[in-house]
Design a protein around this ligand. Structure first.
Ligand code: COD
Ligand code: ZN
Length: 370
């Protein structure tokens, strides 16, 4: 058992408290990892606010992280102590029908189908002050050490800077893959990206690498435009600068609507606007944002009848265990630069400050260093 620091959420709506916790050794098929860096994502904030479905407290949040294997459980063969790894909040068991389907990345042996809050054997490896603490999405990266199933970990190049590639566990991969894998953006095409947070800016990067000739970035916060341009946006527009609906503005700008649109905000009205912004025949709209659980949207079905495609995307469609190491290699070859998403770096003990920056809209990504 290792005693170390972790950020514990004891109850919804309360700040995190950095505590000494006990982390049990990995069981068969599990790996214990020493975290080096963890990113703060808005899904962690949803968990803290109590709006994450089926989450139980107390819990150690965090689902974006990179570290070093400390020890391995019985039967683990794909990694050894000392290896650099990224934790995967969407695992890849390699055996279920979705893992065997080349078109899918939605592993069925994941926390989506089982309890989010405990490891696959329905127990926890964390305790604090005599109480069992829950895991989050199996990864719980806001802890100096965490225990994860082997198939929720990707071994990466030993040369990778962990304080940068930790974003590959969620934010960067989600946005970049939505453009590359889900939309399959073609060279010379026109794209519109709604929402320029860390994930939306990663969509912009994906559109650019895919060879889009026009990338229109849409946000109500004009402070986001400089970075969007730096990453490849050709036009930046603020819906509040227009009296007509933004889908009409985009249709006028492009003649018939964009080839690909992306909703990376998580609001009902922008989901409908993004759908209506892509062209009525071959347009593809990818939804990355998620509505609050229980919310619904309604659309005019003729939007789809003329041929538009409406798609969803989880973690950018990547088969995480096999693709994340390749993405890290492309990063090392400087194919794209997600370092620009990191606006703040804080020592782990200042985790609550990181959440304040996120809520105030001051940060794109904050990376916590252990
Ligand atoms: N019109 C245009 N822009 C808007 C509007 C609007 N009506 N409202 C807000 N915005 C802008 C904000 O100014 C901001 O710049 C941006 O939208 C949102 O950015 P962030 O920083 O809040 O969000 P991201 O990029 O970190 O995350 C966006 C998600 C859509 C991914 C997230 O909110 C979400 O829905 N997460 C769940 C789904 C998911 O796949 N998450 C990734 C795995 S955890
Ligand atoms: Zn996330």
């Amino acid at each position: 058992v290792i005693r170390c620091r972790a950020a514990v959420a004891w109850a919804p709506g309360k700040p995190l408290s950095v505590e000494e916790v006990e982390v049990a050794p990995p069981k068969a098929g599990e790996v214990r990892i020493q975290l080096v860096a963890a990113g703060i994502c808005c899904t962690d904030d949803h968990l803290l606010q109590g709006s994450f479905p089926k989450a139980e407290f107390p819990v150690i949040p965090g689902h974006e992280g990179a570290g070093i294997v400390e020890s391995i459980g019985e039967g683990v063969t794909s990694m050894k102590p000392g290896d650099k790894v990224i934790l995967l909040c969407v695992p890849q068991c390699g055996e279920c029908s979705f893992c065997r389907n080349p078109e899918s990345n939605f592993c069925q042996k994941s926390h989506f189908s089982e309890s989010q809050n405990l490891l696959p054997d329905k127990t926890s490896r964390f305790s604090c002050k005599g109480k069992q603490i829950h895991h989050f999405l199996w990864v719980s990266t806001f802890s100096e050490y965490t225990v994860v199933p082997e198939y929720a970990v990707a071994k990466i190049d030993a040369a990778a800077p962990l304080d940068k590639v930790c974003l590959f566990g969620c934010g960067f991969s989600t946005g970049y893959g939505a453009a590359i894998n889900t939309a399959k953006v073609k060279p010379g095409s026109t794209c519109a990206v709604f929402g320029l947070g860390g994930v939306g800016l990663s969509v912009v990067m994906g559109c650019k690498v895919a060879g889009a000739s026009r990338i229109i970035a849409v946000d109500i916060n004009k402070d986001k435009f400089a970075k969007a341009k730096q990453l490849g946006a050709t036009d930046c527009i603020n819906p509040r600068d227009f009296t007509k609906p933004i889908q009409e503005v985009l249709t006028e700008m492009t003649g018939q609507g964009v080839d690909y649109s992306f909703e990376v905000i998580g609001h009902a009205d922008t989901m409908v606007a993004a759908l209506a912004s892509c062209n009525m025949s071959t347009g593809v709209c990818v939804m990355v944002g998620e509505l609050d659980s229980g919310s619904e949207i309604s659309i005019d079905p003729t939007l789809l009848l003329t041929g538009r495609t409406w798609k969803g995307s989880v973690l950018g469609g990547w088969k995480m265990r096999e693709c994340i190491p390749k993405l890290v290699s492309s990063y090392l070859e400087k194919k794209f630069n997600p370092d620009l998403l990191i606006t703040h770096t804080l020592p782990f003990a200042k985790v609550n400050e990181g959440f304040e920056l996120l809520r105030a809209g001051k940060s794109i990504r904050t990376v916590l260093l252990f």
